[in-house]
Design a protein around this ligand. Structure first.
Ligand code: PRX
Length: 658
């Protein structure tokens, strides 16, 4: 490094707050600080601003109906269709030839769909689904990687009023079956395979295996041929080739179904504390308004932008900020099929340069990987088209934030560190990029209209600097409405901890720890339940544990998270072999296979540690904290409250040796 670079780095390292550049503020969608006060004064009518970003078939009568708390309803009486909002209205307003989706495959091939083309394709596929018997309110499962047919299928479902349930393509056959069973979904859209690091991956075999585990009859399966000759596969009687069906329905016109604002738009399964994934229900009016509003106010998206969120559509981030939010605003949204280091570690920067991307939204785990690879990769590319950067999914450490700010944003782009969840539908705690000072590592204040705070165990707001829990006192349009077919679990999971039903006080509990500072900025500390955040993905320890204890030869297991330089958190499995079995490579491989089969490669453990006992309290509870500290290499402190303190050193010794 030159002397100048060294002093620049040193200055950056010390700087604790950053203001948005004037050039950004001047052009921002939202730049008046009064917005916070306005939302507070006008609450809940302030949310009309979100609803106004959409076109409604019939106007709503009530902004918020809170008659049956916490089963809130938003924009009641209103009717709209999500696909018409993402497509038809833009075409009608003259944007027919604007690119809606720009897709790049891992091997370098590209496809662009203009709004006009995307509408045609969505109509043809909607006609196909209708012909196959899909009706309003039928749940259609979509098990696809990052190919354009995924958002096309989502919008086709939305057009028919059939809620979709997207299952992340990296999930296993079992995970697909569990989700199809839970949603009683009779339709599946999938594909033959996709590319990963240059290899053609077989996906259809996994889908077929999953279908074997579906307990009800599946009437139709549509298979997209992504790989052509690279993978040959045969189709069963109820399986149809996507291209053939769409060709048959080319030019079809399918009227978008007017949906009640509260009708379900989609289901998204996410991990919770028990082994059973939770089917988060999102609605048409509230969710779409909220996705559009946050895309407008936080991501500053404009129709003429090229916007790129590098998440996978199989997660909520991709739903809200690759598909629904950006398309509702009529912008160009990018999709990339593959990994960021294929064929070289500058792949993402090449995509940004080539497409002149204006706004880029990614995860801290990706940023940590970029840092590790080195600044020379972005430096080879002209990234000057970027105006705004964002992060999501996990806490970002100040060092990674500053690296992103300097080496990707050239110190000219504000960064929004956005805290939210599958359940919240959209962003909740983040700076508004043209209004607030940024503090690396802290997400920022709650968005206008979002009544979030940090409280102690008794629900009292904590003092600045003290750790507590995030809670949200007032409802918001993008919130989940319930857990599919399980209102009781919805109440238990989110509304039990801090609400006082007798006093009619309902408080949403996201199960995250946090701190707040004197300026009201919230720093998220991480989950406080048994859910891990591995590379920004939520994984339930119980799901992994039940996979491991299903292995013949394993008597008991505890799964915890340990610190990981790139992934943030990594999976550590502690397992007790059954009598007559030895912990070793063989049992370890079986445990890994079981996890792979029940969840998928994202849950692959960093380490499987065999031990004759697990550290337990005198009352027999497994000391998870201690296991986490062992995994993270932290100081273990006192173990005197344990029933079996001697086991701790033995386990710690094994982890170190691993
Ligand atoms: O712990 C928080 C973390 O991710 C959890 C939500 O996970 P999921 O529903 O899969 O949605 C991820 C994408 C929205 C939260 O409970 N989380 C999300 N964003 C942040 C975060 N932690 C810290 N900072 C963030 N910006």
């Amino acid at each position: 490094m030159t002397q100048e670079e060294v002093s620049l780095e040193a200055r950056l390292e010390e700087q604790e707050s950053f203001d948005p550049p004037e050039s950004f503020v001047e052009q921002a969608n939202v730049s008046d600080p009064e917005i916070y006060a306005e939302f507070e004064d006008e609450w809940p009518e302030c949310w009309e601003r979100a609803a106004d970003l959409l076109s409604w078939d019939s106007e709503y009568d009530t902004v918020l109906d809170d008659d049956d708390e916490p089963f809130y309803e938003w924009f009641t009486g209103g009717e709209l269709n999500a696909s018409a909002n993402c497509l038809d209205r833009h075409v009608e307003e003259g944007a027919k030839n604007r690119a809606a989706i720009k897709w790049e495959g891992e091997l370098g091939e590209t496809r662009t769909y203009t709004y006009g083309e995307l509408l045609n394709e969505v109509e043809a596929f909607a006609a196909t689904l209708r012909d196959r018997g899909v009706e309003e309110d039928d749940v259609v499962t979509l098990y696809m990687p990052m190919i354009p047919e995924l958002p096309i299928a989502m919008l086709a479902c939305a057009r028919l009023g059939a809620p979709h349930s997207v299952v992340f393509a990296g999930f296993s056959a079992d995970a697909l079956a569990t989700r199809m069973n839970a949603a009683e979904s009779e339709y599946l859209v999938t594909c033959d395979g996709y590319y990963r690091r240059g290899d053609a991956l077989d996906h259809i075999s996994k889908a077929n295996e999953g279908l074997e585990g579906v307990e009800h009859e599946v009437s139709d399966v549509v298979v997209v041929d992504r790989l052509g000759d690279a993978l040959t596969h045969s189709l069963a009687d109820n399986q149809h080739d996507y291209d053939e069906l769409v060709a048959e329905h080319a030019g079809a016109s399918v009227e978008p179904v007017s949906r009640d604002a509260e009708d379900m738009l989609f289901l998204m399964y996410t991990s919770g504390t028990t082994g059973e994934p939770k089917g988060v229900k999102h609605t048409t009016g509230g969710y779409l308004s909220y996705a559009a509003w946050t895309s407008h106010s936080v991501l500053d998206i404009k129709p003429e932008d090229t916007y790129w969120c590098s998440a996978d559509i199989g997660w909520i981030t991709g739903h809200s900020y690759i598909v629904y939010g950006p398309l509702a605003l009529g912008t160009t949204t990018m999709m990339y099929e593959g990994t960021p280091d294929y064929p070289t570690k500058d792949r993402l920067w090449e995509i940004i340069e080539k497409n002149r991307v204006d706004v880029f939204y990614t995860a801290p785990t990706a940023i940590r990987a970029f840092m590790k690879w080195g600044k020379q990769y972005p430096a080879e590319h002209d990234l000057s088209s970027l105006r705004l950067l964002g992060t999501v999914g996990e806490p970002i450490n100040p060092r990674a934030w500053k690296w992103y700010y300097k080496h990707i944003g050239n110190e000219e782009c504000p960064i929004v560190d956005t805290w939210w969840q599958t359940e919240t539908g959209g962003m909740m705690i983040t700076t508004l990029p043209a209004i607030n000072t940024m503090k690396p590592g802290s997400a920022g204040p709650p968005l206008p209209g979002i009544d979030a705070q940090v409280v102690d165990a008794a629900g009292e707001e904590v003092e600045a600097g003290k750790a507590g829990y995030v809670t949200v006192d007032k409802p918001w349009p993008g919130m989940l409405r319930t857990l599919y077919n399980n209102d009781d679990r919805f109440l238990e999971e989110y509304w039990q901890e801090y609400s006082d039903p007798d006093a009619d006080e309902w408080v949403y509990f996201p199960e995250d720890g946090a701190k707040i500072d004197d300026d009201g900025y919230i720093t998220i500390l991480g989950r406080v339940d048994d859910v891990l955040n591995v590379s920004g993905h939520r994984l339930g320890t119980m799901e992994i544990e039940s996979a491991v204890v299903g292995v013949e030869g394993i008597a008991e297991a505890a799964v915890v998270g340990g610190d990981h330089e790139v992934k943030g958190e990594a999976v550590y499995v502690y397992a007790i072999p059954e009598d007559g079995y030895e912990g070793g490579d063989d049992l370890e491989a079986k445990a890994e296979d079981a996890i792979n089969d029940s969840i998928g490669p994202i849950a692959r453990p960093e380490s499987v540690i065999f031990t004759p006992e697990l550290p337990k309290t005198r009352s027999g509870k497994i000391m998870r904290r201690l296991l986490e500290d062992i995994a993270s290499g932290n100081d273990l402190g006192s173990t005197s409250t344990l029933r079996n303190p001697e086991i701790v050193e033995e386990i710690a010794g094994q982890v170190e040796a691993d």
